[in-house]
Design a binder for this molecule. Structure first.
Ligand SMILES: NC(=O)c1ccc[n+]([C@@H]2O[C@H](COP(=O)([O-])OP(=O)(O)OC[C@H]3O[C@@H](n4cnc5c(N)ncnc54)[C@H](O)[C@@H]3O)[C@@H](O)[C@H]2O)c1
Length: 256
């Protein structure tokens, strides 16, 4: 099927939809015909994303939802509101909400460790569980859940003990979900971005960016659209025989 039509009729929930990678995912999915729920803790950035989405006249309707992925109640309300609005649960979910709160292991405060794990790992768990429960309850014949891990979850990264641990957890969560949900036709895969140019990495000092760049075999920082391309593939039937996979989108950074 032509890429431009691969995601027609695939209602998609994107958490972190107001952020760099999440916004690129929303735009790519909308351009391929999906209806998109742009979910984020930051209503303003989510609304900006919504305003940038194609509608294409293929029965598409997009919406914004404010959510805190680390809160069970908030996630439940989100899935309920999607079902009320579209009369169906999302068939595709991309978990792109995430935060960093960096420090060295020797200085890392417990609160910073807990918060990063709550948003990145527990948030992915709560959203994945709520979407999977809704899909199974309505008897959907297939679904695709995509989590966003990180290459540093495999390789570790100085100053990111909390973040690297949370992202390693996301990979384990995704592989387990893939094993448990395959009998319902739900595929679960993880993308592992390397160093991508977004508001998250805008905070990284230039010196560190240059050092990172020098470590990337393809010789440059990645673009959010390059992560979105892989998510669109994993959401579509082009990846119908792929589940439990982790796809590195890192320009070769930390090839293992
Ligand atoms: N940029 C990179 O180099 C890179 C590399 C590897 C992995 N990632 C991962 O990709 C994902 C997207 O990152 P990004 O670079 O686009 O960052 P970003 O900061 O641009 O976007 C993250 C979004 O998540 C939202 N968010 C934060 N906490 C939330 C919460 N509790 N509930 C709902 N939304 C919340 C933010 O408001 C923001 O819009 C994250 O999971 C990040 O860890 C990014």
């Amino acid at each position: 099927m032509a890429a431009a039509a691969r995601l027609v009729s695939r209602l998609t929930l994107v958490t972190g939809g107001g952020g760099g990678i999440g916004r690129a995912v929303c735009q790519r999915f909308a351009s391929e015909g999906a209806s998109v729920v742009v979910a984020d803790a930051d209503q303003q950035s989510a609304t900006e994303t919504l305003g940038s989405l194609q509608t294409g006249g293929r029965g598409q309707g997009h919406m914004v939802a404010v959510v805190d992925v680390s809160s069970r109640d908030s996630v439940k309300k989100l899935v309920t509101s999607i079902q009320a609005h579209f009369f169906q649960p999302p068939l595709v979910c991309v978990n792109a909400a995430g935060i960093t709160q960096d420090d060295f292991l020797l200085n890392m405060e417990e609160e910073k460790f807990d918060r990063v794990v709550q948003v990145n790992l527990k948030g992915s768990f709560l959203v994945t569980q709520a979407v999977a429960q809704a899909l199974v309850a309505c008897g959907a014949s297939k679904g695709s859940i995509i989590t966003v891990g990180s290459i540093v979850g495999k390789a570790g990264n100085i100053g990111q003990v909390n973040y690297a641990a949370s992202k390693a957890g996301v990979e384990g969560l995704t592989k387990t979900a893939a094993k448990e949900l395959s009998r319902f036709g739900i595929r679960c895969n993880c993308v592992l971005p390397g160093f991508i140019s977004t508001p998250m990495t805008d905070r990284v000092p230039e010196k560190v960016i240059q050092k990172m760049k020098s470590l990337v075999p393809l010789g440059r920082i990645g673009e959010p659209a390059e992560v979105a391309d892989v998510c669109a593939f994993l959401a579509s039937d082009d990846s119908r025989y792929i589940t439990g996979a982790s796809v590195e989108v890192s320009g070769g950074l930390f090839i293992g």
